[in-house]
Design a protein around this ligand. Structure first.
Ligand code: CMC
Length: 425
């Protein structure tokens, strides 16, 4: 049965079709609204706007549900490997055993980056944030692998991107440390290779710690997709113009960088360090958050979509305890984080606004325990989010009749006025 919503504007009634998703989400299709009524909708920051129909990820923010292609995030975090989740998001299904082997093999074979790309790294200052290096290097890949017209070329470029991004991320870290780049080894798995390229030095043997590997696997899976967030919508928007995979994903990396998005994991640790250096007086910072005179926000708290709990944060809080214990790490920042959470969750300010810890609140503590430096945290988020961005770029590109993204606006500036000669201004 076709359902409609009725809109009355200036005394004229217009019927708008209602779209219902597979999880019974309801959307009013306004794509013909302007043609029929002359009006547009105004929804700054898109809090009420579904920009597309998508079959990749489902979130129910009220019930704390997150599923990739129908699979619950907790099942994936507990049972899957990150490459399996990449396959799931990009191809829509978990790989069979032969498909998994083939996928892993291809990801391994494409890990090396073109030698000339090392020259780019030489031109950057040591102080460059690894996120700017990552976004530049991913964009630069399109200079080396420009073709993405046929499905086969696109598929190969996706493999290249997944395989090489971690090499580029590890090189960015090595650059900041002034250490030599470590090349990948084909007998290592995806995550082992990344950890080795990150932490090994030529002078010493390096053995991957299984606790670190397992924690990284979980973290990357938990970050792998989150439907229409700022960076993913950026990737779809850039892709809608026909921009290639690397250019579109590079734009996503830039969008992720900000403190309100992926940059929050770095900001959380910096905030916890500030609180620690201020005598661990976390109550003072709760009050600061609430003060009308301050724009201080509790980083790692709040979410546009989750209004009860963020299922990823629940998994990571538990994982933080397990990882720190297995690695024998004691971190006062974890205690401060837990105390902050306890006090905030009982405070009316946070209760009224439905503010809960998000995925970034505990991830930084785990990365610290793993030995990953703070300015690499957002890069880790980007590596995790890659398969989600790729899946959305592909979905957007393969949607029949998809048009370039081009929103409208409500103009509130000056109305027409006459030209004023220079001497008269
Ligand atoms: N600390 C204190 N107050 C907050 C916070 C916070 N972290 N987040 C929201 N609020 C308040 C905000 O001041 C506002 O209060 P009022 O109604 O009195 O003006 C109210 O809660 C609603 O906030 P909003 O800014 O309208 O919410 P939003 O949906 O636009 O923003 C958010 C969502 C995640 C950007 C925001 O909660 C925030 O800035 N959080 C801190 C940064 C952060 O942790 N970001 C990572 C998000 S999860 C990973 C990802 O997907 O990127």
């Amino acid at each position: 049965m076709t359902r409609h919503a009725k809109l009355e504007l200036n005394g004229t009634e217009t019927e708008l079709p209602v779209v219902v998703g597979t999880e019974a989400e309801v959307g009013i299709d306004i794509s013909k609204l302007r043609a029929r009524t002359g009006a547009v909708t105004l929804d700054p920051s898109f809090a009420n706007t579904a920009a597309c129909e998508s079959a990749i990820t489902y979130i129910d923010g009220e019930r704390g549900i997150l599923r990739y292609r129908g699979y619950d995030i907790a099942d994936l975090a507990n049972h899957a490997s990150f490459p399996e989740v990449c396959h799931l998001l990009i191809h829509g299904r978990l790989p069979t055993r032969p498909e998994r082997e083939e996928f892993r093999h291809r990801l391994t074979r494409h890990t090396l980056v073109h030698e000339d790309m090392k020259l780019f790294f030489e031109g950057l200052p040591h102080s460059a944030h690894p996120m700017v290096i990552l976004s530049s290097m991913i964009a630069a890949l399109s200079a080396y692998y420009p073709e993405d017209d046929t499905p086969e070329e696109i598929d190969l470029n996706i493999i290249r991107l997944l395989a090489k991004a971690k090499t580029l991320a590890a090189f960015a870290y090595k650059k900041s440390k002034g250490q030599p780049f470590i090349y990948p080894k084909n007998d290592l798995s995806y995550l082992q290779n990344f950890l080795r390229m990150l932490f090994a030095i030529p002078a010493e043997p390096y053995v991957v710690n299984p606790v670190v590997q397992s924690a990284l696997n979980k973290l990357l899976i938990l970050h792998a997709d989150h439907e229409q967030n700022c960076s993913t919508t950026t990737v779809r928007t850039v892709g809608s113009s026909g921009a290639n995979l690397y250019a579109s994903i590079s734009a996503g990396v830039s969008a992720l960088w900000g403190r309100l998005h992926g940059g929050a994991n770095q900001a959380v640790i910096e905030m916890l360090e500030t609180i620690r250096d201020d005598g661990a007086n976390y109550r003072k910072y709760i009050e600061l958050t609430k003060s009308k005179d301050s724009d201080f926000r509790l980083m790692g708290f709040g979410h546009r979509v989750y209004k009860n709990f963020d299922p990823r944060a629940l998994i990571l809080k538990k994982a933080a305890d397990e990882v720190l214990e297995s690695l024998g790490v004691e971190d006062p920042l974890l205690d401060i984080a837990k105390q902050l959470e306890e006090v905030a969750l009982a405070d009316d300010y946070f209760i009224e606004r439905k503010l809960y810890p998000n995925v970034d609140f505990y991830s930084g503590v785990i990365y610290r325990a793993m030995g990953i430096p703070t300015d690499m945290f957002t890069v880790m988020f980007a590596l995790g989010r890659l398969p989600g961005w790729i899946a959305h770029w592909l979905e957007q590109r393969n949607t029949p009749g998809a048009r370039i993204v081009r929103p409208r606006q409500i103009y509130v500036g000056e109305t027409a006025r006459p030209w004023v000669e220079l001497d008269d201004r």
